[in-house]
Design a binder for this molecule. Structure first.
Ligand code: NAP
Length: 291
């Protein structure tokens, strides 16, 4: 933890997270350890903001000169009307997970999609341009990833969800706004598209602790060794889907990377410094994978 005595505490810059509930968040641990590693006079606090108080809480960022905050469930969409500007990604995705206070102007960023891409680039040699991807699940996380993959120049995207209409709505929305071919498919159609797919993203909670003994969202027979299998679930570290990927020799990536890099990007937005990535990863791992 931060050694407060090293600093002039009257100059501490405050950051934090707005969520409800917020007690489960690993972000305070991750960011405070990062500030300590770089000896920055910053602090990161959890703020349990009830939905009815969101507007006042955001006004408080300005009033109290808070440097920036992360925003999590249930505020990611509802926070938008209270902000002054949105980045291109946040505007497209329609959700904000990071607020930057630039001298009283509140800018809404979405680092979830960018965090996903950065993790993909750091942990594999995947380049989206010209590739085909399948996303399973059409919820909030899928949305951020789908738009970001489109911005990265992906060639073709397919989206499937238990609720087909949800997949259709997201596909239509992306096609209307960006130059990418997006198709909603039924789960049964996975068998037709997987052999030509370069990247599969599981954006469902399937396999998440404690429900680890389940069938993977894609059967192992449909995976192949030329593809990258990205499971957004990060607890456990090795999910049932990542085990299936390993069986067929496909490269599997855990959602820990996305969690880490969305935080890394937020840290860099607030501090202007290169984030201590490995310290942040260790902070997350120690919070998640205690024996
Ligand atoms: P969400 O909004 O609830 O979306 C999940 C979607 O998946 C829902 O539309 C759900 O449909 C669908 N679904 C569930 N089971 C399915 C199945 N077997 N086949 C196809 N679709 C299925 O949740 P989210 O916020 O997007 O999060 C999704 C997952 O990503 C969670 O496990 C979350 O913890 C993880 N996540 C990880 C990170 C990270 O940094 N690594 C960030 C965000 C989220 P129904 O609504 O009909 O159930």
């Amino acid at each position: 933890m931060q050694q407060f005595s090293e600093f002039n505490l009257a100059e501490t810059k405050v950051t934090g997270i707005f969520g409800y509930p917020v007690e489960h968040s690993l972000s305070p641990q991750m960011h405070n350890q990062a500030f300590a590693a770089l000896k920055l006079n910053y602090n990161y606090l959890p703020f349990a903001v009830e939905p009815d108080n969101l507007g006042q809480a955001v006004e408080g960022i300005r009033a109290l000169n808070i440097k920036g905050v992360n925003v999590t469930i249930p505020h990611k969409q509802k926070v938008i009307p209270y902000l002054d500007q949105l980045t291109e990604e946040a505007e497209l995705i329609g959700a904000v997970n990071t607020i930057e206070n630039q001298a009283g102007t509140l800018i809404g960023h979405n680092t979830d999609g960018r965090g996903f891409i950065r993790s993909l680039k750091e942990e594999s040699d995947f380049v989206a341009a010209g590739k085909q991807a399948v996303i399973i699940g059409a919820g909030g996380a899928a949305r951020a990833i789908a738009f970001q993959l489109a911005l990265e120049g992906l060639n073709k995207l397919m989206i499937t969800d238990l609720d087909f209409e949800k997949a259709e709505n997201l596909s239509t929305e992306i096609e209307e706004q960006l130059d990418l071919s997006v198709t909603a498919i039924k789960q049964q159609q996975l068998v037709e598209v997987m052999s030509d797919t370069d990247l599969v993203v599981d954006a469902t909670p399937v396999g998440m602790h404690p429900n680890v003994d389940v069938d993977p969202v894609v059967e192992a027979e449909l995976l192949h060794q030329e593809m990258i299998v990205y499971d957004l679930v990060y607890n456990p570290r090795e999910t049932v889907l990542l085990k299936a990927a390993e069986q067929v020799g496909a490269e599997g990536i855990s959602g820990l990377g996305m969690l880490l890099y969305q935080g890394v990007i937020a840290f860099e937005i607030w501090t202007g410094k290169e984030a201590p990535v490995e310290k942040m990863r260790a902070a997350l791992e120690s919070g998640l994978y205690q024996e």
